[in-house]
Design a protein around this ligand. Structure first.
Ligand SMILES: [Zn+2]
Length: 324
C-alpha cells in the first residue's frame, strides 16, 4: 500500500464532504480499493451522515407536531372559557329575572375569574404563559375583593387589594422577571426590578393602610418601615453588587442587621418611653439584653467581614503569584 491507514483515515471526512484536493482524492480512492479496514470506516462515516439527516427530519416532525398541539390547546382553552362563561350567564339571567339586581352575581363572576386565569389562560395564551397567568391571577383576586367589598358595602377594599398585590408580588415577581417578555427588556436588572416592585407595592400597601387608619399612623409606620426597607436594600446591594467573597458578604450583612436593629430598637424604646411617660406610667426597660445581642451580632459581623476580606486579598495575591 502506498499510504498508511492513519493518513487515509484523517483524510476520509474531507473526502466524504468532497472538499479535499484531487491528489488526496485519488490517494484515498486507490487506498480504499485495496484496504478493507478503511472501507469499513468510510461506510460508517457515510451512515453517520444518514443518521444526522434522520435526526433533523425527526426534529422537524416534532416541531410541526408541537405547533399543531399548541393550536389545539388554544382551542381547548377557548372551549373551557366558554364552559366557565355558561354558569355566569345563567346566574345573570336568574338574578335579573328574580328582580335582585346584580347583587351576588358579581361575586360569582369575579370568583369564576380565578380558576379561569389558572386553567384557561395558560392554555389559551400561546406565548408569555407565566407572565400572563400570574398577572391575570393577581388581577382576578383583586377584582373578586372589589366585588365582595362593593356587595357588602365595606371600606376595606384598598387595604385588602394592596396587601394582596404586595403578597403576590413577593411570590411572583422573581418568576415574572426571569421569563418573557420582561426578561428580554430587563437583562441584568432583574434583581433591581424585583426589589423595586417589592418596595413600590409595599409602599402602596402602607399608604392604603395609613389612609384608612384612625390613630396617628404615619410617624410610627415611617419609623418602623424606613429602616427595614433601607436594610433590605443594603443587604440586596451587598449580595448583588459588592465584589467580595461570601464570607465577607455574610459578615457585612450581619453588621448591617446589627446596626439597624440596634438603632431601631433604641428608636422604638424612645417612642414607647415618651408616650408612656406622657401617660404617667413607669417603664421597666428590657433593652440592655437586646442591645447586647445586637452589639454581639455587629461584632461577629465585623470579625467575619474582616476575615473574609483578608482571605480574599490573600487569595488574590497567591493567584497573581501563580500567574507570574
Ligand atoms: Zn487502510
Amino acid at each position: 500500500m502506498k499510504y498508511e491507514c492513519d493518513l487515509i483515515e484523517d483524510l476520509l471526512p474531507l473526502y466524504k464532504d468532497g472538499i479535499c484536493s484531487d491528489t488526496s482524492k485519488t490517494a484515498v480512492e486507490e487506498h480504499l480499493a485495496e484496504c478493507e479496514k478503511c472501507r469499513d470506516i468510510y461506510e460508517k462515516l457515510k451512515d453517520e451522515t444518514v443518521d444526522e439527516l434522520m435526526i433533523r427530519e425527526k426534529e422537524d416532525v416534532i416541531g410541526s407536531q408541537s405547533k399543531f398541539f399548541k393550536r389545539k390547546s388554544a382551542l381547548a382553552g377557548s372551549i373551557i372559557a366558554a364552559i366557565f362563561a355558561l354558569p355566569i350567564l345563567i346566574c345573570l339571567i336568574v338574578d335579573l329575572a328574580g328582580g335582585n339586581g346584580l347583587g351576588w352575581f358579581f361575586i360569582v363572576l369575579a370568583a369564576m375569574l380565578i380558576p379561569t386565569t389558572l386553567i384557561a389562560v395558560p392554555l389559551m395564551v400561546p406565548e408569555n404563559k407565566m407572565f400572563t397567568t400570574m398577572t391575570s391571577f393577581t388581577l382576578s383576586i383583586i377584582i373578586l375583593l372589589g366585588a365582595i367589598c362593593l356587595y357588602t358595602r365595606g371600606n376595606w377594599f384598598f387595604i385588602a387589594a394592596s396587601s394582596v398585590l404586595f403578597g403576590l408580588t413577593v411570590c411572583f415577581a422573581p418568576f415574572i422577571a426571569c421569563r418573557r417578555p420582561l426578561a428580554g427588556y430587563l437583562k441584568n436588572y432583574k434583581g433591581l426590578t424585583v426589589m423595586g416592585a417589592y418596595t413600590v407595592t409595599f409602599c402602596i400597601m402602607m399608604i392604603c393602610i395609613g389612609i384608612s387608619a384612625n390613630a396617628p399612623f404615619w410617624p410610627l409606620a415611617f419609623a418602623i418601615c424606613a429602616p427595614l426597607i433601607a436594610m433590605v436594600w443594603i443587604i440586596f446591594a451587598i449580595i448583588r453588587y459588592l465584589p467580595v467573597n461570601g464570607l465577607a458578604k455574610t459578615g457585612l450583612i450581619m453588621t448591617v442587621i446589627g446596626i439597624i436593629s440596634f438603632a431601631g430598637n433604641k428608636a422604638a424604646e424612645y417612642f414607647t418611653l415618651k408616650s408612656a411617660t406622657a401617660a404617667g406610667a413607669t417603664v421597666i426597660s428590657r433593652s440592655s439584653l437586646n442591645s447586647a445581642i445586637y452589639v454581639a451580632t455587629m461584632a461577629i459581623g465585623v470579625i467575619l467581614s474582616v476575615i473574609g476580606i483578608a482571605v480574599g486579598r490573600i487569595k488574590k495575591e497567591t493567584d497573581k503569584g501563580e500567574e507570574k
